[in-house]
Structure formats: structure tokens, C-alpha cells
Design a protein around this ligand. Structure first.
Ligand code: DAH
Length: 356
């Protein structure tokens, strides 16, 4: 074997070792240039070929080519791994933690009890994921009170006293102030009113929180449950924007291949109103028991903000338009985790909770 062929073999081993030692993209680029670049020892070998006999030249040329091919392949593989690792690290670093705990000053560590560390409840982690998804889409997160007045829960939402649509919500009233005036909010829609009243336009916000209804718990209803509300108010907002946001959210939250559709409905605070459905996450649209073989699951309500709502909060409906949506977080968690009975979310059975 010629000296050149031997050197090429040695350069192959050394090059493979050096490429494998790169621990980030920056050091990889430097190593790759050293190993395969124009000024590399491998490139320098070519200049010695002309001193050889034709027979030797062929053998040495083949050895150089084999080394170069293997090193090129290996460097492409390692580069792809490092790019993927970099992407994952960047996502982890940019992930926003909106919990209050994260903002709390670091105190002394809690005494280690020797048991499992525990984790968020399924409903809490679903809410966190929803917030992250909407924040990534450019929304802010807002909250409002759980005890509301009749005005915020109903009247400002285009339901004057005795309006029949109030019957859509079985309301729990508090013995506070004027009789029938203070209640536990039946939905998160009153937070829309607080936001719009503040007068800070435009609004692109989601509002998660706890809601209450005079309901007997069953497989699909809880008297205390969670909703997330969405509200966009700006100049020139159209129904197309609403449909686009719902579709973008569906893809971002449920993953590729999942879609949304809107069907006509009625809510007093939106006109026109719609129910929005998403591809059934259990059967991916193929049809199953959960979606009654339709391939679609109803998630919540939405529509264009009714001009009467704008007037109630002092926004000019000739200048501004907007859309709103709202859906149940517990219900979403139930569907995604294929729970036949929602009451499991309240039982606090560790054998159930630790599965999520
Ligand atoms: N608040 C409604 C409910 O609890 C859900 C809803 C429907 C919210 C339409 C909206 C909307 O913002 O536009 O049933």
C-alpha cells in the first residue's frame, strides 16, 4: 500500500473521532473545516498524487475518495443531530412559564419527603398548554373575578333583565348586595366586558378561569368547571379572521392534520354566532363512539362581537369590530384523555391523577 493510502486511512479514523467530539454547531463548523476543508490534511494529499506511478495513483486516489465520502456522510449526520438538539434547546429556553410560582422569589428548598414529587393536575396542565399556544399566536392572558354582578355576567353581554337567553345558564346567586345582583360567573365571557371597559384597544387576549353553574355533576357536566375565553377587538376584524384564528389554534394545539369547522348557532353577545368543532382527537376524524361517528367534536361557541356589547362598554361599533370565542377546559381535557366520566377529574384519586 502506498504511504498516501495509509495516511488517508489514518485521516479517516482521526476525522471520525474529531467530528464525533463536536458538542455544538459552532465547534462542529470549525472541526468540519479542519477535517474536510480546502486547507485540510486530506486535501493536501491530492498534491502528492502526481509523484506516483499510474498504478499507485489509482490506489491512492481511491483511498482518498473513500475517506472523503465517509467523512462527508458522517459530518452530514452529525450536523443534523446538532441542528435538532439546538432547536430543542432553543424551544425549551423560549418556553414561557406563566405560573405565579415561577415569578416567586427563590426561597429555601422544600424538605424532600422521599415520595414522588407530584405534578400538575390534568386540568391545570391543559390550561397551561392552552395559554402557551395562544401566547405563541400573539395573544395576552387576562383574568377576572369569579364573583360578578348581574351587569357583567348578563346585561353588558346583551341580556337585559328577564331576557330569555339567561336561561342558557343555571346561575348560582350570592347573598350579597341587592338580591339577585351578585352571582358566581356562569362563564368567562364577563372578563371580555372588563377588558373592553378598560379602554385599552386593540385587544388580542385569552381569559381562562373557573366558572360555576347550578348543575348536578354527571359524566359530562361539573358544577365547578373551567373555560377559556378569547377576544379580539381592532379595526377591520372580519369573520374570516375568526375562522382563521380558530383553524390556526386547532393545528397548533392538537397537531398537524387536525382541522376546525364552524356551524351556525346563537349567543346573545355575538352576531353572527357559531359553534366550532374540531377533528375528533380520538379517531383523527375517522369516526368513533366519542364523536358519534361524525369525525368532529364540538368544542365551544364563537362569533362576531354584537354591536350592543360594544355600546355597553363605550366602544364605537362603527369604528371597531371584533370576535370572541369560549370553550370548556375540563371538557377538552376529557376528550383528549378519553375519559368516559368527567367526575374523575374531581375525585382526587392518585391512581387516576398520576397517569397524566
Ligand atoms: N359563554 C359561552 C358559554 O358559556 C361560550 C361562548 C360562546 C363564548 C360564544 C364566547 C362566544 O365568547 O362568542 O356557553
Amino acid at each position: 500500500m502506498t504511504d498516501i493510502a495509509t495516511t488517508a486511512r489514518n485521516l479517516l479514523d482521526a476525522g471520525l473521532g474529531r467530528l464525533a467530539s463536536a458538542d455544538d454547531l459552532e465547534s462542529f463548523e470549525v472541526i468540519q473545516r479542519d477535517v474536510l476543508g480546502k486547507k485540510s490534511a486530506l486535501a493536501a494529499l491530492n498534491t502528492h498524487l502526481r509523484d506516483l506511478t499510474p498504478e499507485q495513483r489509482r490506489e491512492a486516489g481511491e483511498a482518498i475518495k473513500a475517506t472523503r465520502d465517509t467523512l462527508t456522510e458522517e459530518s452530514a449526520r452529525i450536523r443534523a443531530l446538532l441542528v435538532e438538539r439546538h432547536r430543542r434547546e432553543q424551544l425549551a429556553a423560549e418556553r414561557m412559564d406563566l405560573s405565579e410560582l415561577a415569578a416567586a422569589p427563590a426561597g429555601p428548598p422544600l424538605a424532600w419527603s422521599g415520595r414522588g414529587a407530584g405534578h400538575s393536575h390534568l386540568v391545570t396542565s391543559t390550561r397551561d398548554e392552552l395559554e402557551d399556544t395562544f401566547v405563541a399566536m400573539g395573544f395576552t392572558v387576562a383574568e377576572g373575578p369569579e364573583a360578578e354582578t348581574d351587569w357583567y355576567n348578563f346585561e353588558a353581554l346583551n341580556m337585559p333583565p328577564d331576557h330569555p337567553a339567561r336561561g342558557m345558564w343555571d346561575t348560582l346567586y350570592l347573598r350579597l348586595g341587592q338580591p339577585g345582583q351578585v352571582l358566581l360567573r356562569t362563564h368567562t365571557s364577563p372578563v371580555q366586558v372588563h377588558l373592553m371597559e378598560s379602554g385599552m384597544l386593540p385587544i388580542y387576549a385569552v381569559m381562562p378561569g373557573r366558572c360555576y353553574r347550578r348543575d348536578t355533576p354527571d359524566a359530562r357536566h361539573l358544577p365547578v368547571f373551567h373555560q377559556i375565553e378569547g377576544l379580539v377587538v381592532d379595526r377591520g376584524i372580519t369573520f374570516g379572521d375568526l375562522a382563521g384564528v380558530i383553524e390556526a389554534f386547532t393545528g397548533a394545539f392538537f397537531g398537524p392534520g387536525m382541522h376546525s369547522r364552524l356551524r351556525p348557532s346563537f349567543f346573545p353577545f355575538t352576531e353572527p354566532s357559531a359553534e366550532f368543532e374540531v377533528t375528533c382527537p380520538i379517531c383523527a376524524g375517522g369516526g368513533c363512539r366519542t364523536c358519534s361517528n361524525s369525525g368532529w367534536i364540538e368544542l365551544g361557541g364563537c362569533g362576531m362581537v354584537d354591536p350592543n356589547v360594544f355600546r355597553a362598554v363605550g366602544i364605537d361599533p362603527e369604528e371597531y369590530s371584533g370576535f370572541a370565542f369560549g370553550f370548556g377546559i375540563d371538557r377538552l381535557a376529557q376528550v383528549r384523555a378519553s375519559l368516559s366520566d368527567m367526575r374523575a377529574l374531581l375525585d382526587n384519586d392518585v391512581r387516576f391523577l398520576s397517569q397524566f
